[in-house]
Design a protein around this ligand. Structure first.
Ligand code: PLP
Length: 434
């Protein structure tokens, strides 16, 4: 071709959470049943959407308005509702014009980075959530720029690392945080959020908070939404209905923008996101129409509280089983529904793998593990040996060897068996001498 049409960031578009699925399908074809612990879809893992939410959707299906385009920014009635709800909680005041709807947060993240000036970087956590880290990396053409979440401190952000990195890299325009976090499940107390906001204020940055799991904070965890700590600093919160209705297939998420009136560059940037959305016309209408009806339903608060408690109990169960394996460390999550395991020992990066009963699978996995990071070697072996499909931590921009599993399995016996199998497999892998 006479012109190279490949984007400078093309190599940065990696989504390990789904890439491993192709390998898992191959292994399944070779006769190993697969337990999917890689993806954060509660419905796919057997959770039923409450009947009263389905009834709301049924009712909307009968309305012609649900089949129309909606405003480019999103349904005005829904934005009015969300702004009113947010303002009731206190903190920074927001208007319906500060809310912008997308086809899921995947779309929001992609739009946000596609329309950000290329030289402007957003410093994000490591381990990182791949949609955000890959989009940021692809936009800049460089590896994602990260600060450390500290496993020895409950995966809390290392504030000294953030301070140092923003001070000595003037390309950094914003700080990203995910609260509750994916993949670690950490929940940040208000005091930590306030410190991040203070750094942003001092260095004239904006704060980008992914609050996808905001309604999944376990009892006893203390935190605050960004809107309550942001003060006068420019900020964006990312919200979604994927994980709490739960309705990931709706592809419906939104951005709440704080303090665009306080900074003209920030205001211009946000206006460009709405202009970009206008080119696309709008995001899906029906799920937006469902939001006020679901969120103001008398059963919504109880639904959220029950789920938070359920995941907290599952986290205790996983901790009780995996916490006794000396070769790994696990921090009990305070929210969301993921579990991140790190290895305390050096994992091999080459050499023969521990046995796998099915010879064809052994040969396939042996091919797969050539030239991959040590934790990915383990994850492929685990998949082949016991059929549990997890995601290596190296796929989350992390140099710590480990993997992410979930708390989503709804079949109690199967979930328990999965953690027990995982614990036994880790022991076998770590004690294997070729
Ligand atoms: C932290 C985080 N942000 C964003 C998303 C994307 O969510 P959506 O379904 O709204 O695209 C996910 C999905 O897993 C997530 O975990």
């Amino acid at each position: 071709m006479r012109r190279n049409i490949v984007h400078v960031g093309a190599d940065q578009l990696r989504y390990e959470i789904r890439e491993i699925v192709e390998r898992a399908h191959e292994i399944r074809k070779l006769g190993v049943p697969v337990t999917w612990e890689n993806i954060g879809d509660p419905v796919q893992k057997g959770e039923s959407v409450p009947e009263w939410i389905k009834a709301i959707v049924h009712e909307l299906v009968d309305k012609d308005a649900a089949y129309q385009y909606t405003d480019s920014a999103g349904s005005k009635a829904t934005r009015d509702f969300l702004a009113e709800q947010a303002n009731k909680q206190g903190g920074v005041n927001i208007r319906p014009e500060d809310i912008l709807f997308f086809n899921g947060l995947g779309d929001a993240v992609s739009t946000l980075f596609t329309h950000m000036r290329r030289e402007a970087r957003v410093l994000g956590p490591s381990p990182a959530y791949s949609t955000l880290s890959s989009a940021e990396a692809s936009h800049s053409g460089y590896e994602h720029f990260t600060y450390m979440l500290d496993p020895d401190n409950g995966w809390q952000p290392n504030l000294a690392d953030i301070k140092k990195k923003v001070r000595y890299n003037d390309s950094v325009a914003g700080i990203l945080l995910i609260n509750p976090d994916n993949p670690t499940g950490a929940v940040y107390p208000a005091s930590i959020l306030e410190e991040i906001v203070a750094i942003a204020r001092e260095e004239k940055l904006f704060v980008l908070a992914d609050e996808t799991y905001r309604n999944l904070v376990y009892p006893g965890s203390d935190t605050a939404p960004l809107s309550q700590v942001i003060g006068d600093v420019p900020g964006i919160s990312l919200r979604s209905i994927s994980k709490d209705f739960p309705w990931p297939g709706a592809r419906c998420g939104w951005m709440e923008v704080y303090n665009q009136d306080k900074n003209s560059t920030f205001r211009r940037y946000i206006a460009s996101l709405l202009d970009a959305k206008r080119l696309e016309v709008c995001s899906t209408t029906l799920p937006q129409m469902a939001i006020p009806k679901v969120m103001s339903h008398p059963q919504f608060a109880g639904h959220l509280a029950r789920r938070a408690e359920m995941f907290s109990k599952r986290a205790d169960e996983a901790m009780a089983i995996l916490g006794s394996v000396p070769e790994i460390s696990v921090v009990k999550p305070g929210g969301a529904f993921f579990l991140t395991v790190t290895f305390n020992i050096d994992l091999p990066s080459s050499g023969p793998l521990p046995p796998i009963a099915n010879n064809q699978v052994y040969r396939y996995v042996t091919e797969l593990v050539k030239d991959v990071p040590p934790d990915k070697r383990f994850v492929y072996w685990l998949l082949g040996a016991v059929g549990i499909c997890t995601v290596p931590l190296s796929g989350f921009c992390s140099s710590l060897p480990g993997f992410r599993s979930t708390l989503l399995e709804t079949d109690d016996a199967k979930r328990r068996r999965t953690y027990e199998t995982l614990a036994a497999a880790i022991r076998e892998y770590c004690s294997y001498q070729a």
